[in-house]
Ligand binder design. Structure first.
Ligand SMILES: [Fe+2]
Length: 172
């Protein structure tokens, strides 16, 4: 069993050392866990949101959870391409994720605020890995992380703008 595992690792010779591949795959596992946790939170909020902004938020959350669902696959497959197993259980995601699960059903605008925090959290996790990928000359991981950073920061901005709209309406 061990022999087989060693042979599988040794078969990869793409110019990135095993030490760097291990570090990058570990970081990508954290990005994957954060992304999956945020996906589930967003889908949960799509199901359970209520209030006068129901339609806007229900549809917006659907767009967001679909994007997150599509994102987990390339992240997991980059981990595989680097020679490591991708985490794929709730137990592993619970250990690896920096995003806390939400208990109960928050109010609509609390959902928006929680999602802002969630997107900012994934952005921090992805950004923390960039220097290691850069130092190892791992362009595919850098490209993946850059794309994820762009979408998470853009989504956080859109959600944050909703919170400002709501605050302005309350002042009227
Ligand atoms: Fe739905």
């Amino acid at each position: 069993m061990l022999k087989k595992k060693k042979a599988a690792v040794a078969a990869i010779d793409n110019g990135i050392s095993i030490k760097d591949r291990t570090r990058i795959a570990t970081g990508l596992s954290r990005v994957l866990a954060d992304t999956y946790t945020l996906y589930l939170m967003t889908h949960n909020f799509h199901w359970n949101v209520t209030g006068p902004m129901f339609n806007t938020l229900h549809v917006m959350f659907m767009t967001q959870y679909t994007e997150l669902w599509n994102a987990v696959d390339p992240i997991a497959e980059r981990i595989r391409a680097l020679g490591f197993p991708a985490p794929g259980t709730y137990a592993e995601f619970g250990t690896l994720s920096s995003i806390k699960e939400v208990a109960g059903v928050p109010k609509a605008m609390e959902m928006v605020a929680l999602l802002v925090k969630g997107h900012e959290t994934v952005a921090r996790t992805a950004r923390a890995l960039l220097p290691a990928a850069d130092a190892a000359n791992d362009q595919p991981t850098m490209d993946l992380l850059t794309q994820r950073l762009d979408i998470h920061e853009k989504t956080a901005w859109m959600l944050r703008s909703l919170l400002k709209l709501r605050a302005a309406a309350l002042r009227c």
